[in-house]
Design a protein around this ligand. Structure first.
Ligand SMILES: NC(=O)c1ccc[n+]([C@@H]2O[C@H](COP(=O)([O-])OP(=O)(O)OC[C@H]3O[C@@H](n4cnc5c(N)ncnc54)[C@H](OP(=O)(O)O)[C@@H]3O)[C@@H](O)[C@H]2O)c1
Length: 317
């Protein structure tokens, strides 16, 4: 089988988690990596292979790169994904895809112009648990209510990290909220209207309560970076209910109708995402069948609309 070479842009904490899983795919290997602080790229390449470049252009120029995984902070997703696209490279871009819908549409258009594959690293939706949940939602009949929550404290206010900084695309909604927002979108589609409230801190949202209104039910979404909230998807229907505990990294979906069924997923967290992307690129696709360009644009539109209601504005807007 043909080997599949990855280039990594930004070797921050997430790349140290995903790389061991990426390397479990038998054809995959790391060709090159680049990081703003070069020492971290060296650490990464010592651990996972490939060449650590100080010069990003040299890093991207390699013709043995099959896909670039972009994992810099949210504020510069657009900039670095665009750079890779302009080098004619396929791109897997971390979530939130970009800061706003305008940047997302622009990036997708640039990928089309350059004839390259572009997809979003919303790994939950490459995995079987989320897909099984979506496939089975109709079994609970007409939806009566839905609740999704996801949040945990990320660094104290005194030790500010990227999530507490508006300049670096911080805030709960874009970083953690994107998971329940994507989940609600996948299960129920675009809401008819949205209500939202948030607690803000220096321009970023640290706690959000969002209501998606559909024709016959409402979906309540909570997300935060300042406290613990339990993590689950819970949907009640006329004929039963569906529950997904710890939904963003879930290994099971519980469906209760007349009987109780549990769908279990035994895979790792990130491995399948990288395998799907590899297979889709090899088969000549320009977007993923798992996360279509339209779905990414729709989710960014929802995030823009919520931000507009709660009053969070980024320099890129
Ligand atoms: N899929 C997931 O499960 C998951 C989980 C966590 C995060 N993420 C996403 O992954 C991305 C990175 O998150 P992380 O937790 O790994 O963050 P992190 O540990 O803070 O790393 C951030 C990375 O971005 C680089 N960076 C920051 N600003 C930059 C700039 N202006 N120009 C170039 N590089 C810059 C940093 O370089 P330096 O080393 O030089 O600072 C570092 O490599 C975020 O978009 C986040 O939303 C995804």
């Amino acid at each position: 089988m043909d080997k599949f070479g990855w280039c990594i842009l930004g070797t921050g904490s997430i790349t140290f988690k995903v790389a061991p899983e990426l390397l479990k795919n038998e054809n995959s290997y790391i060709v090159s990596c680049w990081n703003r602080t070069h020492e971290k790229a060296v650490l990464f390449s010592n651990k996972f292979g490939g060449t650590a470049y100080e010069n990003i252009d040299e890093c991207l120029k390699r013709d043995d790169i099959d896909c670039v995984y972009v994992a810099v902070t949210n504020d510069v997703h657009y900039k670095f994904a665009l750079k890779a696209i302009e080098y004619g490279k396929n791109v897997l871009l971390e979530k939130p895809f970009t800061i706003n819908k305008k940047e997302t549409i622009d990036l997708i258009n640039k990928a089309k112009e350059n004839n390259v594959y572009l997809s979003e690293a919303m790994w939950t939706w490459y995995n079987d648990t989320a897909i099984k949940t979506k496939e089975n939602i109709s079994k609970i009949g007409n939806i009566k209510s839905a609740k999704l929550t996801f949040g945990f404290p990320i660094k104290s206010l005194s030790k500010k990290g990227r999530l507490w900084d508006i300049e670096r695309g911080g805030g709960a909604l874009l970083d953690l909220g994107v998971y329940p927002i994507r989940y609600a979108y996948e299960l129920f589609g675009m809401p008819k209207s949205i209500e939202a409230t948030a607690s803000l801190y220096k321009g970023i949202d640290k706690y959000d309560e969002i209501i998606f209104k559909y024709d016959n039910f409402v979906c309540i979404i909570k997300t935060c970076i300042d406290r613990i909230v339990s993590e689950y998807v819970y949907v009640k229907g006329e004929k039963g209910e569906i529950k997904v505990p710890f939904f963003h990294q879930a290994h099971k979906t519980i469906l209760k109708t007349e009987k109780k069924q549990i769908f279990k997923y035994k895979g790792l967290l990130y491995q399948k995402q990288f395998k799907v992307v590899e297979d889709e690129i090899k088969s000549g696709l320009s977007e993923s069948n798992y996360l279509t360009h339209k779905s990414t644009i729709d989710v960014m539109e929802l995030l823009d609309k919520i931000r507009n209601i709660i009053g969070v504005k980024y320099p890129q807007d």
